[in-house]
Structure formats: C-alpha cells, structure tokens
Design a protein around this ligand. Structure first.
Ligand code: ATP
Ligand code: MG
Length: 388
C-alpha cells in the first residue's frame, strides 16, 4: 500500500498469517518490543495462537482476512505456503510483507529455480516436467537423466517440505516407477549434487531497502529433515562473501520486505549452488535467538515495521539440534529435560504442540560455547540426555 506509514512504532498491532512455531517465536520477539500480534490460523490452540495477543480462528477466506486487516497496521506470514491470492487481496487494505510475488516464486520449485537462474545466480541443474506419467513426460524424464546424469532427485513442483514429495532415482527402472507414482503432478528433476556440506544464509530487508545478512550457517539433515545447525560455518572468506552476495541479490531482486533464507550446497569446498529459498525465518536460524545480537525473529519484526535493522553479529558460536516427535514416549507424556538443562550453555525451546508424531518438529535445543566445536558438543550432549 502506497499510503502505508513508513514506520510502525512499537505499541501497534501486527497481523500474522499461520499458526506454527515460526509464528510463535515471531510473536514472542514482537511482544518483547511492545507490539500486539493478532494471529489468523485455523489451529486455534496451536503454537502461535497460544501466545498471540488475539486470535482469529479460521481459514484465509475473505471475511477472515478483512477482520485481520481491520485490526492491524501491518501483516506478515510465518510460512510460504499461504495462497498468494489471499496475500494479494489483503495487501489492498493493509501493508502485507513479504509480497505475493515472492510467495508465488517460493511456492513453486520450478519458478523458484528459474528465477534464481534469471538473476544470474548458481542453482542446481534442473528440468521441469509438466506431466511425468504421459508419453511426453516420460521422454522428457529420460532426456533429463541423460543430460543431468543419474542419480537424480525428483520433487513435486508445489507443496513440498521436510523432504515430502521427493524421490531419488538411480536407474531407468526407478525413473519409470517414479514417473508412474508422480502421475500428472508437475515436477522438477534435479541433478543429485555430491555436496560437501549444506549451508544457509539469512537476509533481512526493511521497507526502506536497508539490508542485513547473518553469518553463514551449516546444516545437517537426517531423513531430509534438518537435524543440526552450527554457526559460523567453517568456510573460506571468499565463500562467506559469495553467500552474502547471493543473499543480497535475492532480497533486492525480489523486493523483499522481511526475512529470507537461501539454502545452498557447498561443492568442492569453494562453490555454492542454491537449493531453495524460504521467504521467512528459517529453522537453521533458530540459534540466532541466543547467539546473535539480533535474533532472526526480532529482525523480521524490525524489517516489516520499517525499523532500523539490528546487528547480525554473533555474540558467540552456537549449535542447534531439532527435537522431533520421535523422542516423545508413544504412550503420551514428554521426554525429561532436566538432565539436558544441566549442560552448560544450553537453552530449551518447546513449541507447545499437543500431539507428538514421528518427524514432527516439537522444539529445539540451542547451545552456545567458546568455539563451534564446544557448542556442538554441548548441543549433542544435551540431545543425548533427552534420548536422542
Ligand atoms: P525443507 O522443508 O526441509 O527445506 P524441502 O522438502 O523443501 O525441505 P529440499 O530442501 O529441496 O526440500 O530438500 C531437502 C533435503 O534433501 C536437502 O536439504 C538436501 O539434504 C537433500 N537434497 C535436496 N535436493 C538435493 C539435490 N539436488 N542434491 C542432493 N541433495 C539434495
Ligand atoms: Mg530445504
């Protein structure tokens, strides 16, 4: 909105679309700064709703969006899988960040990768296949396997997270099976990258165009789900500088207002390749709560409210481990945390989810230390204490 105030001062009301843990931690940061946060979520007792100043329980139907717009000076989102139409409609009556175009881009792996390539940025080699099970789709898949080489990773173009909707294919037989399994869903076929490590970079940009980039994070995934992050990543200065350049380019070219994470592969110790972007606070950035001068959540608040961005400097090295539902006793109850909290430098975050399921993110542990190695050892020690 062109007539939106440039600065939304603490004390004002922020709207939040989505009700999960990212929303919860955003709200906690916003409230610390004196903002009220109204959540629109169909999960009335969910992680964000539990701590919100006010909850509108419902979906993204127009009357719910209108009710939210009425109460807020600015609206933001906690994840990218919110219908871009809803965001576009909302932005007609209240400033809404990030913009609908960024969402549209991040919601579709094919458009996302093409957009990054169009910006001149390095991205994993890929092909888009509109209808894998059709004769034409099968031929395109075979051609992709010849051009990109096997193994490949096939991913649904839309609505994947935590590795859902992905298949690795190692042979032409597996390719044929996968084509049948994906049916008519549009997919991207990617070269499987033999990366050394996975890294991510967080960038914030406020409505005045000011930007701030965090030190590089290094991430370890298990079963396609983030398991552990450390910061700062141990990479040559030139790699850190390249990550910074990539992050700023993405934020600027997409006209980001808010926070965005770029997930990348590090290859041959010196080359970065973009895997995907997430236009929101990111799981790998949770350790900024304890380790950075300004947490990613506070930075998100500052960015969408037009406040000056905070320092992204680290106070100390840190490590984070995710706590998945796998750790929760199957008969109910929760793990014991007292032992873990004896470990020096460890902080516990639980998201208030009522039901623990395998693979579900229930919380995380962060450990700080005088070195990355110490922080990681502490995080792992604490993790073992809760049964990990
Ligand atoms: P998330 O929500 O956790 O980010 P996602 O479902 O959006 O996951 P990706 O980030 O694309 O999916 O993939 C999940 C993980 O699978 C990556 O972090 C990486 O470990 C692995 N992976 C994905 N694509 C490739 C690839 N082309 N080559 C090698 N590994 C890959
Ligand atoms: Mg990912």
């Amino acid at each position: 909105m062109s007539d939106a105030p440039h600065i939304i001062e603490p004390g004002a009301t922020i709207g939040m679309l989505g009700g999960g843990q990212l929303g919860r931690m955003f709200i906690q940061a916003a409230q610390q700064m004196g903002y009220r946060v109204v959540v629109l979520s169909d999960e009335a007792g969910g992680p964000a709703a539990q701590v919100a100043s006010e909850v509108i329980a419902g979906d993204y139907a127009s009357h719910h969006l209108a009710a939210l717009a009425d109460k807020c000076q600015v609206v933001t989102l906690e994840f990218e899988n919110i219908p871009d139409d809803a965001v576009r409609a909302l932005s007609g009556s209240v400033a809404t960040y990030p913009n609908a175009r960024i969402l549209q881009t991040a919601q579709d792996r094919s458009l996302e990768k093409q957009t990054m390539a169009d910006f001149g940025l390095p991205v994993t080699p890929f092909r888009t296949i509109a209808n894998p099970a059709s004769d034409e789709g099968r031929a395109l898949l075979k051609q992709a396997s010849e051009e990109l080489g096997l193994p490949m990773i096939l991913k649904t173009a839309r609505s994947g997270y935590d590795g859902k909707g992905q298949r690795s294919v190692h042979s032409l037989e597996e390719l044929a099976d996968a084509a049948a399994a994906f049916g008519s869903q549009r997919i991207v076929a990617e070269q499987r990258i033999a990366f050394d490590r996975e890294v991510s970079v967080l960038v914030a940009r406020n409505r005045h165009g000011e930007m701030a980039v965090y030190p590089l994070l290094e991430n370890d995934h298990r079963n396609h789900i983030l398991a552990e992050s450390i910061c700062p990543a141990d990479v040559p200065g030139a790699v850190a500088a390249e990550a910074d350049r990539i992050a700023r380019t993405v934020a600027e070219r997409l006209d980001l207002v808010g926070l965005l994470c770029v997930e990348m592969f590090l290859i041959d110790g010196n080359r970065l390749m973009i895997n995907e972007i997430a236009p929101r606070p990111h799981n790998s950035g949770h350790l900024t709560i304890e380790a950075a001068v300004t947490s990613q959540f506070e930075q998100h608040v500052r960015a969408v409210c037009g406040l000056p961005l905070g320092s992204t400097e680290l106070r100390c090295p840190a490590a984070m481990v995710n706590l998945l539902g796998d750790l929760w006793p199957s008969g109910g109850g929760s793990p014991c945390f007292a032992e873990a909290l004896k470990v020096p430098g460890v902080s516990l975050h639980l998201y208030g989810k009522a039901e623990a399921r395998v693979g579900r993110k229930m919380g995380h542990l962060t450990a700080v230390g005088s070195s990355v190695a110490e922080a990681r050892d502490r995080a792992r020690q604490a993790y073992r204490c809760v049964g990990g």
